[in-house]
Design a protein around this ligand. Sequence first.
Ligand SMILES: NC(=O)c1ccc[n+]([C@@H]2O[C@H](COP(=O)([O-])OP(=O)(O)OC[C@H]3O[C@@H](n4cnc5c(N)ncnc54)[C@H](OP(=O)(O)O)[C@@H]3O)[C@@H](O)[C@H]2O)c1
Length: 320
Amino acid sequence: MKTIRVREFGGPEVMKLEDAPDLRAGAGQVVVRVKAAGVNPVETYMRAGTYAIKPALPYTPGSDAAGLVESLGAGVVGLAVGDRVYFGGTLSGAYADQALCEAGQVHPLPPPVTFAQGAAVNVPYATAFRGLFQIAHVRAGETVLIHGASGGVGVAGVQLARAAGLTVIGTAGTDRGRELVAVQGAHHVLDHHAPGYLDELLKLTQGRGVDIVLEMLANVNLAKDLTVLAPGGRVVVIGNRGSIEINPREIMRRDAAVLGMVLLNASRQELISIHAALGAGLENGTLRPVVGREIPLADAPEAHRAVMEPGAFGKIVLVP
Ligand SMILES: NC(=O)c1ccc[n+]([C@@H]2O[C@H](COP(=O)([O-])OP(=O)(O)OC[C@H]3O[C@@H](n4cnc5c(N)ncnc54)[C@H](OP(=O)(O)O)[C@@H]3O)[C@@H](O)[C@H]2O)c1
């Protein structure tokens, strides 16, 4: 097999393509022939060695991919060799042309969804779903601000919230990104770099504010988010890259809540529920992952540089 290996923490260049022995499925395990692997920002923090979770070296990055079932270990039911699948989590790493998974990490990929789209499902869609439904407990008829709607999690959030009957306001930093957010179903789109753009948001909600914020960059936006919340509003902190000063009075006067989340905290039961919902959405076409860039597996360092640059446009995936 071909696999990206990290042998020391550092810049993107520490990721090197290597040959390795083919993987074998043990009891309850599945080997997937990877056709595309998703690139998530968290994989850059892990590679740099600055994240709370430090993988044991050497390791293969990545948790998300799609492909074909290549072999099954003893006791695996409900999957067959040749099935089209995506996975959420792996034992061996996703940046490779083969991956070893626990059977429970492997989910069917409905026919209209391409492998590249399948690689864009797990972390982005599971995070957006958990933020909306398991953390903020959104209800149809509420209004959500997706603060950073042009990237992986944001696009997923727009599609999920729109399908669930919310009014969706999304933000992006470029014209191209804003057009994407509108096409994905946002009712209103704002530029998160424009001065005073949140005043616009209050106008859009007749001064009431939004019921939910899905926040992709809390260290920049959390203080402002609190000022545009409706009574009983909830901010879900999904992305954060530093610290920020807030005025807690803004939370008090609205009976509001700031809720943090990390997808890794989802229980087994919650993950079963998340993937059941995502499978249904992929099947009925309400969930349509957007792949902005496909990059050859050997160029994984380029993918890590690109995912940290401004101007997001859906997902970046690696193709073995
Ligand atoms: N808590 C969790 O479990 C979890 C799970 C997944 C991801 N995350 C985190 O969530 C964040 C988003 O992940 P992703 O996969 O969607 O990343 P991504 O594809 O790189 O997208 C980043 C998003 O942030 C937006 N952004 C940039 N500057 C912003 C600003 N000032 N205000 C609001 N948004 C801004 C970008 O918009 P433009 O590029 O258009 O400016 C883009 O929409 C990352 O920090 C990631 O680490 C957390």
